[in-house]
Design a protein around this ligand. Structure first.
Ligand code: CDV
Length: 306
């Protein structure tokens, strides 16, 4: 399939007390809307099945593990896989993964249109901190609850489209996009939970936060000549606001569809994968133009050095 109809299924807030089943029923409603619009792929947010639990400081490992899924699909999510198969829609969504070996990851999966999982990604760039931080307006404890992903930025041929995933903070790192760009990626899917307020700078303002998100995604799409879908979980979760700003971006870096609110909302766009070819064969023809002899610092160093 070279032309895909892609749906971005923004989700409104999920409260701490909401069950997985209640959340999945909202995801099903969005999926039905996507089917009515002819979508063949639907992308949901990061940690789509629960509230953004890393804002809560927890010490009890059993309580922490309660936010994680031990298998996928499981009893709560099976209806989503079944409905997607009935509609012939591929899906991608994020969840907290607890592996049989006891590892904890912030994960996204991708299915084909028959409901088979054909791709998995585990978040590499984990923001936040490990211990309770009284200096912040609120906590962001991803570094406490998750290990950095161990799967890299793989791409997957999903029924003729080369797809890759990243998650939330990953979108702000050009390395994320370029590693997928170097595999010829045609569609990057990502979900996010981005607080509307900067916990370390409450004066920052929502418009700047929305701008930085859109800037990251449009630049990543343009510089790698790929379609991109960035999907928010938005609205106020137990008093903590998350921003919206869900967008679908073309390989020239232009936004072709965007949400308007902070609730459950489905947007869709016709995305011709052939449109990636112009950028990939001209200004971003990597084989002709990249100068790797000057890029050593990218992989040999993390912090700033002179
Ligand atoms: N879930 C996230 O990764 N959120 C980060 C916030 C903490 C800045 C983000 O990059 O949106």
């Amino acid at each position: 399939m070279r032309e895909r109809v892609i749906g971005a299924a923004q989700m409104g807030p999920i409260q701490k007390s909401d069950s997985r089943e209640a959340v999945v029923s909202r995801m099903l409603a969005l999926l039905d809307r996507a089917a009515a619009q002819g979508c063949d792929l639907v992308v949901y947010p990061e940690l789509a099945l629960t509230t953004f639990f890393p804002r809560w400081y927890m010490e009890d490992q059993a309580e922490i593990d309660g936010w994680f899924e031990r298998e996928m699909p499981n009893a709560a999510t099976r209806p989503l896989f079944d409905r997607a198969r009935e509609h012939g829609i591929a899906i991608s969504f994020g969840y907290a993964e607890l592996t049989p070996e006891g590892h904890h990851f912030n994960t996204s999966i991708l299915t084909d249109r028959q409901g088979n999982i054909v791709g998995k990604y585990r978040k590499v760039h984990l923001p936040g901190h490990v211990e309770y931080d009284a200096a912040r307006d609120f906590q962001h404890l991803e570094k406490r609850y998750f290990e950095p992903g161990d799967l890299g930025f793989e791409t997957f041929d999903n029924e003729g489209t080369l797809m890759g995933m990243c998650i939330c903070n990953d979108r702000r790192w050009p390395e994320t996009w370029r590693v997928m760009g170097l595999q010829g990626v045609e569609l990057v899917m990502l979900g996010y939970n981005t607080p509307s307020v900067n916990s370390q700078n409450r004066g920052e303002g929502l418009s700047k936060r929305l701008y930085h998100s859109e800037l990251s995604v449009t630049a990543g799409a343009y510089q790698n000549a790929t379609w991109a879908v960035a999907v928010a979980k938005a609205g106020v979760e137990d008093g903590f606001p998350l921003m919206g700003g869900t967008i679908i971006v073309d390989p020239d870096g232009f936004v072709v569809a965007r949400t308007t609110g902070e609730g459950d909302e489905l947007i869709a766009a016709h995305c011709d994968m052939e449109r990636c070819q112009f950028g990939k064969t001209t200004i971003f023809d990597f084989a002709r133009h990249r100068r790797v002899e000057h890029y050593g610092r990218i992989t040999s160093q993390t912090g700033v050095e002179r």
